[in-house]
Design a protein around this ligand. Sequence first.
Ligand code: PMP
Length: 358
Amino acid sequence: MTTYNFAAGPAVMPKPVIDQIQAELPSFQGSGMSIMEISHRSALFDQVISDAEADLRELMGIPANYRVLFFQGGGTLQFTAAPLNLATKHHHIGLLDSGHWASRAADEARRVGTKVDILGTAADNHFTALPTLDQPVDQALDYVHLTTNNTIEGTAYTMLPQTGHVPLVADMSSNFLGQQYQVTDFGMIFAGAQKNLGPAGLTIVIVRDDLIGQAQNLPSMLDYQLFADKRSMFNTPPVFAIYAAGLVLKWLKAQGGLAAMEQRNRDKAALLYDFLDQSKLFTSHVKPADRSLMNMPFVTGKPALDAQVIAGATDRGLLNLKGHRLVGGMRASLYNAMPKAGVQALVDYLADFEATHA
Ligand code: PMP
């Protein structure tokens, strides 16, 4: 049975990449050692990490004055690292409250003594639309944090809020490389790898170099300047995850790069949203203009029926459609590596279900 994995993360990776990992796992580039067994100080790994950075720079158009850092600790560690490194002047940031991960970021920033102003919230409409700025941004903030794609709520920014001279810091964890943004619109971007880039264990940080190096006495493992100076090899980096992410970046280039990928993602998303919008059984509550290209929550409105939808889907090889516990229902995540055939199989199944349960 063909299976399709709709998980929100860790998530589907490109089949050719999985095949390549399998083929070269016993002996990486004829070395007689697996990639998991080689030194991070070896010439072999140096090539892997250099290629990964160069390919990422090419794909995203990252200018030379931005540093690319390879971290561990997930997106969550960056909720702490970003304020420690960047909120050094005023110890005061703004944040757009777009849902669960944004409020987690606010909590962690406060834990390290940063004042956090909520500049707009979507709480009033249960996070089914994006928050907008309530008023012009106070220019005495160190930065404004926003979550470009809200994995649980299914919203995403296409137009960015105007923050004047205050840099934007973006948690791009769930639409990194799936939707195009202009890097220069941000002071910093971070993303855990385990959705659109590769296995868990790697987090990418892209940061403008004039914003770092101002914090004193940071723990070394949280210090962007130190990571930049040491080319992300202050300590042992996640060698396997960087290698796998590197293969995904090469695959992305072969697919035509980010513009082509975003177009494909728009087509896939439209296939599902168009179905949901005409369905008499299934509903997406998310405001159409704010809908994510990556994560689509939807419901029947009856939890027992939702459970049947999910069980029936699993039987047909349509995996991991259970919604996040905070919103219930179903959630389909359509990352870069989800083929259009997978979305079509999902829509066909939902249409069948509707026909037999109406
Ligand atoms: N931000 C967003 C938008 C996420 O979706 C997630 C994980 N689902 C996180 C942050 C937390 O990431 P991690 O588990 O890598 O710490």
